[in-house]
Ligand binder design. Structure first.
Ligand code: FES
Length: 77
């Protein structure tokens, strides 16, 4: 994942209208360290779970990125 190809307004969680920017904020500024933390801070991933990882994505149109990818990338950097 290259940060510059993803717009922070990209809606990662469509159930709760949570953007990539909000998820990054929850990790970098609120200290989320797990998907459970992201769920707690943003509500992303608390309904259908399609946004949590590609294996859970049951949508017809697959997402560009998932919560597990975002966590992994940011925690690495
Ligand atoms: S798309 Fe995130 S919980 Fe449904």
């Amino acid at each position: 994942m290259k940060n510059n190809i993803y717009d922070k307004s990209y809606e990662v969680c469509s159930c709760h209208n949570v953007s990539l920017g909000e998820i990054i904020f929850s990790i970098q500024k609120k200290g989320a360290r797990s998907i459970k933390d992201i769920k707690k801070f943003t509500d992303a991933g608390t309904s259908c779970k399609s946004c949590t990882n590609s294996n859970n994505d049951t949508g017809e149109i697959k997402k560009n990125i998932y919560l597990n990818n975002i966590l992994k990338k940011i925690n690495k950097g």
